[in-house]
Design a protein around this ligand. Structure first.
Ligand code: TMP
Length: 395
């Protein structure tokens, strides 16, 4: 049975940055109700009413995985580790974005699947790219052409596809008998621990745990045999899955993580009700802090036009009365306006200057990288604001 625990209100599509805020474009802006629920049977946490993927993954998709140094390094290291452990002959990635992971393998070995045409166009000259949504039809087409695949990788993508049955059946169809599926997604355990409620937005249809993944894959003749904690996006899990019939041993670290999750109560609805209360408090504290700083005439901006901040801005009703603008290094976000709250986005060169007193960390998941880069800002008295793990000013 699915039970609702968190209502994040009326939300726009998180990646839908607006080119103009004319009456006409505002009239066409898409909104939906972001409600999060818990399945008491398989312990899966999900968005109650997922948005149609065709509205989300278009040829204007803004996110470039290569944009941060942290992620470039993380994908390079993942590729190296997986190559060493599984020695795959063929690697396929579902949701290959701008190729930041696959570029670490010889190009003859790789197959990319990426439905956003603007991103698929970036990689199609470098390696075989299918500009399509992941489903059984595509998996049949690829397996006919390239035969079976022994390593399937998917980072921050399986959790984005509403139809888990179709995703896993399509995977099972193309995975070689001894093949391994490796998926990475933000971990539910971390979301609850650090109160990162902004991991919930339209694209994150699911926030997985080892408990829920192990239950789900069983339905598709697959099994979870290992899991690894990784630091991506404030704490993620890397799941290792293979066909049920394979004699791969269940690792002790998987058992350990499952036990930790049970101890944390990720199999218990009461945990999520408690979390929802913390989220409400976080909202009140953030709005109170920004209001206090505004009263003192401080100039506040937001650092990183992330999808996560779309949730925060729209849930907390933070608009350009609070933030002068948002800065972001991604070229195709600059000059646009944030979804729902319509705050202008500038390049850091234009916006991150002497006039800024406070910068809200929209990209809190890259805190270390940003603190390193912005030492001078901090030295001259500039301050960051964050809401994870709690609302506070970073000096
Ligand atoms: P993400 O959290 O969805 O990966 O997005 C991070 C966004 O933050 C992305 O648009 C790039 C931006 N960003 C900056 O503007 N400056 C930075 O220093 C970093 C690390 C990211």
């Amino acid at each position: 049975m699915k039970k609702n625990f968190l209502n994040l209100g009326k939300q726009p599509i998180a990646n839908s940055f607006l080119s103009s805020i004319s009456k006409k474009s505002l009239k066409n802006e898409y909104f939906y109700r972001l409600i999060i629920c818990f399945d008491t049977k398989n312990f899966l946490v999900s968005v109650k009413n997922p948005v149609n993927p065709k509205i989300q993954y278009t040829d204007k998709y803004a996110h470039r995985a290569s944009e941060s140094q942290t992620m470039r390094k993380a994908f390079k290291s993942a590729a190296k580790k997986l190559q060493k452990r599984f020695k795959p002959r063929k690697v396929m990635e579902i949701g290959s974005n701008d190729g930041v992971f696959l570029k670490n393998f010889p190009k003859k070995k790789v197959i990319a699947v990426e439905p956003c045409k603007n991103l698929a166009n970036l990689t199609k000259k470098k390696f075989k790219t299918y500009p399509n949504f992941w489903n059984k039809k595509l998996s049949n087409k690829i397996s006919k052409k390239h035969s079976k695949v022994d390593l399937i990788f998917s980072s921050n993508t399986i959790s984005h596809i509403p139809n888990l049955k179709e995703s896993f059946e399509a995977i099972n169809n193309i995975l070689s008998d001894r093949g391994v599926l490796v998926i990475e997604d933000p971990s539910l355990s971390s979301v609850i621990k650090i109160n990162s409620y902004d991991q919930f937005y339209d694209e994150h249809v699911y926030v997985f745990s080892a408990l829920s993944i192990s239950n789900i894959v069983k339905n598709y003749q697959l099994k979870l045999f290992d899991v690894e904690k990784i630091s991506n996006h404030g704490g993620s899990l890397r799941y290792f899955i293979t066909k049920k019939k394979n004699p791969f041993k269940i690792t002790s670290r998987l058992n350990k993580i499952i036990n930790e999750e049970k101890k944390q109560g990720l199999n218990n609805f009461a945990t999520f009700k408690k979390f929802a209360k913390k989220v409400e408090k976080s909202k009140q504290k953030l709005v109170a802090l920004l209001t206090k700083l505004k009263k003192k005439n401080k100039k506040i901006i937001s650092y990183g036009a992330t999808y996560k901040s779309t949730t925060v801005f729209n849930y907390c009703k933070i608009d350009n009365k609070f933030f002068h603008y948002v800065t972001d290094t991604t070229k195709n976000k600059q000059g646009k306006f944030t979804p729902g709250m319509h705050i202008p986005i500038l390049s850091p060169e234009k916006g991150f200057n002497e006039s800024v007193d406070y910068a809200y960390l929209g990209a809190w998941n890259f805190k270390k990288e940003i603190m390193n880069k912005e030492k001078d800002y901090l030295k001259r008295g500039g301050r960051f604001i964050t809401h994870v793990p709690q609302v506070r000013i970073i000096k």
